[in-house]
Design a protein around this ligand. Structure first.
Ligand code: CAO
Length: 482
């Protein structure tokens, strides 16, 4: 649309940009024709500015090229770049506001990005696993209505038309009805919200998506919140499970790898490059079984479900004091090694979303009860899909208790850039000889350690295991060190 404004400037909206010409510069039909040619060069498909009367404002119907980039906005946690893990759209697809565009993942979290516009996708900027930067375009969208465009000004990078919007704002503010895009109206309708009661922050009093979300007590950042996305995913899963197609037996089905499993793909593929040295031993935990049963009730009174893990974790931290290289990390090309001051011990955890390894921070400073408390919290959050990026990052050493399921020996896989990990089998009651040669009933658990053999030799790993075994088989010494 081209408009001669009251202040004597001519405005046309072309590819989201306003073009202004002083009326004094368009004085005759010839100049108007030049202006139309200019519009044509700017990819405006046709112009009906055939008549020009400088004495009055004019409006014409002008098909516009409204293809605009949709930028990756800030998804919090200081994340500056993400990799695109999945596209939910392709070129030519029609989208509405809140429709899923893509799933992105950083080293801290994953998020589903949803559309701010109604329109048609005209370009995808990244391939799968391509890196997208905050503030850079993800897709181009041919937006359906001009209103959508006008809601977006605050998120555009280098928005050089801002200085030219004053007239538009003045025009809009004069309208008395509630201004909102159709999609925003739809959300309001679905949630039975009277838009006139919503505090609007858009230009000219326009009610934005964020305003409605705020009204509903949902922050706009939450649309990228991992946990809320998980809930949404759960809803989707429920829906899929109910569709008769997927219930049918005997058909192959291919599903995208998502969530924690997707992280596992990345970390385990990296781990494959590490030469693993594996060392295993069996531990007599009979005294520990007694101590745990003696202290379990007191721990419960303190609000802690005391399992064997806090003892295993504390013993690992004490043994790490003697073998700090096992609490180190190496850089990508294994050229530098960093000895970590904190014992942030990761615990492999089976959750509804898959395997995840949150870590307990500063185990070296914590009592067994405090470790138990932290573990309980991580376990609870893991079950609810509420683990935070801080829980999942910064681990320096890991333990995996697969024994809750069963088994004896296993080969744990190192979580790069860490250099070692331990795995426990099931505690079993087995016959063993005591020091006098008598057969006795013993509680036995098998432990297996993996070390990065590029920087850790087998003897170091074995000595560490012996030290850890000493604490577990002699829990009174474990208590002494607290
Ligand atoms: N042998 C026998 N019993 C065990 C045991 C073992 N190795 N480990 C735990 N138990 C017992 C616990 O003591 C507890 O019994 P009580 O109720 O009498 O206390 C019960 O099993 C359940 O324990 P838990 O699983 O709730 O808690 P935990 O602290 O022992 O373990 C966690 C926590 C998160 C490590 C565990 O729940 C888990 O997810 N393990 C799976 C780890 C995994 O997936 N490893 C594979 C990694 S590679 O894919």
């Amino acid at each position: 649309m081209a408009t001669l404004l009251r202040n004597g400037r001519l405005k046309a909206n072309v590819t989201t940009r306003y073009i202004y010409l002083k009326s004094s510069t368009i004085k005759n039909e010839n100049q108007c024709r030049c202006f139309n040619q200019y519009l044509f060069k700017r990819n405006v498909k046709s112009s009906r500015l055939s008549a020009f009367n400088p004495s009055r404002s004019f409006q014409t119907s002008l098909p516009l090229d409204k293809i605009i980039p949709f930028y990756l906005s800030d998804i919090g946690e200081g994340i500056r770049e993400v990799s695109v893990k999945e596209w939910f759209v392709k070129v030519g697809d029609k989208v509405e506001q809140f429709d899923n565009i893509c799933e992105v993942q950083s080293d801290k979290a994953s998020a589903t990005i949803t559309s701010r516009y109604d329109g048609k996708i005209t370009k995808l900027y990244h391939k799968i696993d391509g890196v997208a930067f905050v503030g850079e375009p993800l897709v181009d969208i041919d937006v359906e209505d001009e209103e959508s465009l006008q809601t977006d000004t605050k998120e555009k990078k280098n928005d050089n038309q801002n200085s030219n919007t004053v007239e538009e704002e003045n025009d809009v503010s004069k309208r008395s009805k509630v201004l909102a895009t159709p999609a925003v109206r739809r959300i309001a309708m679905q949630n039975k919200i009277d838009l006139s009661t919503v505090n609007s922050t858009g230009r000219g009093g326009r009610v934005l998506k964020e305003d409605v979300l705020k009204f509903l007590n949902i922050s706009s950042e939450d649309s990228n919140d991992v946990n809320k996305m998980k809930k949404a995913e759960k809803r989707n899963t429920l829906y899929v499970a109910q569709t008769p197609h997927l219930k049918s037996i005997g058909q192959d089905k291919t599903l995208p790898i998502t969530g924690y499993t997707k992280i596992m793909v990345k970390t385990m593929s990296t781990s494959l490059k590490i030469p693993h040295f594996v060392y295993s031993d069996e531990i007599d935990v009979t005294p520990l079984v007694i101590i745990r049963s003696e202290t379990k009730k007191a721990a419960a009174e303190a609000g802690v479900n005391l399992t064997f893990m806090p003892f295993f974790i504390k013993a690992a931290s004490l043994a790490l004091n003697n073998f700090p290289i096992l609490n180190s990390s190496v850089d990508e090309n294994c050229e530098n090694i960093t000895y970590k001051a904190a014992h942030n011990i990761g615990v492999a955890m089976d959750t509804p979303g898959g395997l995840v390894v949150p870590n307990i921070k500063n185990v070296q400073q914590k009592s067994i009860l405090e470790i138990g408390n932290d573990l309980n919290r991580l376990q609870r959050d893991g079950q609810e899909g509420a683990l935070k990026p801080n829980d999942l990052t910064g681990g320096t050493f890991s333990l995996s208790n697969i024994g809750v399921i069963g088994g004896t020996y296993t080969k744990p896989v190192i979580l790069s850039p860490q250099v070692s990990i331990g795995a426990l089998g099931k505690i079993q009651i087995l016959p063993r000889f005591d020091k006098d040669g008598n057969v006795v009933k013993a509680h036995i658990v098998c432990v297996s350690w993996s070390a990065d053999h590029r920087v850790v030799d087998g003897v170091t790993m074995a000595k560490f295991s012996n030290k850890w075994k000493f604490y577990i088989e002699n829990p009174s010494h474990l208590m002494l060190e607290l």
